[in-house]
Design a protein around this ligand. Structure first.
Ligand SMILES: [Zn+2]
Length: 279
């Protein structure tokens, strides 16, 4: 990610506020209904091959949103819901909408002419995240959901999102040390750390899957282990995961490691202090 592609804090807040205004109070939010309630939007589901999940274009004086069921699964699938919420971002965010209106943006997902396409996509994803998981109801339900993977799985079910989307939202709001690591089929993908994790320097994680202990929860899940709870868990240490932490040093502590299988998309690891489970 280049520096110019980062969404600044003011812009993040602006996008989040707009999405949460649009979302209203009901949980789960219905992005299909949100789009259909706009007089100048038409929405169509269909099988459009493998090219895109969703698309928005301006045609005949209207905005047309297409949701590709061939890639997103059923209409109510988390992926279809996120796709619609993302396209809603291109509609509700003034800059995106104006670019569609005056033809500066070719029909999404074409990459023509926008000076920074990637940024635009990230803005629409941020909008989608806040539309589907508005801060106030999400934070309220977090309090009852407990810690770690069980909380993330329950929140994903309740808000109708993917486990990955719920995990990112959860880790960004949680008030304790926590790191979420995404492993794809080809290895390390990315990680998100809670604000507290930064202060503990629990940030840069192991990035080489083969460096993980063979019996760690993540290694087991990557090899296809599963559990009825939806995740594999085991104790680990901070020093096993974070290169700033010296084994046996004052920052080293027992962590809980929970690994959720995402099927073909890999594994999500959730790391947090083991003491929180007993709190
Ligand atoms: Zn887009």
């Amino acid at each position: 990610m280049s520096g110019t592609d980062v969404i600044g804090p003011t812009r993040r807040e602006e996008i989040a506020d707009l999405a949460e205004d649009v979302a209203g109070d009901a949980v789960p939010v219905d992005p299909d209904g949100v789009l259909r309630s706009q007089r100048d939007v038409s929405l169509a589901y269909g099988s459009f091959g493998d090219a895109y999940d969703g698309l928005i274009e301006r045609r005949d004086g209207r905005f047309w949103v297409y949701c590709n069921e061939a890639r997103t699964g059923g209409r109510d699938s988390p992926r279809a819901r996120f796709t619609l919420a993302h396209e809603a971002g291109h509609y509700f965010l003034d800059e995106h909408r104006n670019a569609l209106l005056d033809g500066r943006a070719a029909p999404h997902p074409s990459r023509a002419d926008y000076t920074s396409n990637e940024l635009v996509e990230r803005e629409a994803d941020l909008f989608a995240s806040h539309l589907l998981m508005p801060t106030a109801p999400f934070a309220r339900r977090m309090k009852k959901a407990g810690v770690g993977a069980p909380a993330v799985l329950a929140l994903a079910r309740e808000f109708g999102t993917s486990v990955t989307s719920a995990a990112i939202r959860w880790v960004s709001l949680v008030d304790h040390s926590c790191v979420v690591v995404k492993w794809g089929p080809d290895g390390y993908g990315w990680r998100w750390a809670s604000r507290e994790a930064w202060s503990g320097r629990y940030t840069r994680t192991v990035q080489d899957a083969s460096a993980l202990p063979r019996d760690s929860a993540t290694a087991l899940a990557l090899r296809g282990a599963s559990a009825r709870s939806g995740f594999v868990e085991a104790g680990t240490t901070a020093s096993a995961w974070f290169d700033y932490v010296r084994a046996g040093g004052s920052r080293d502590e027992i962590l809980m490691e929970q690994a959720v299988s995402l099927g073909a998309f890999g594994v999500l690891t959730v790391l947090f202090p083991e003491a929180l489970v007993r709190r």
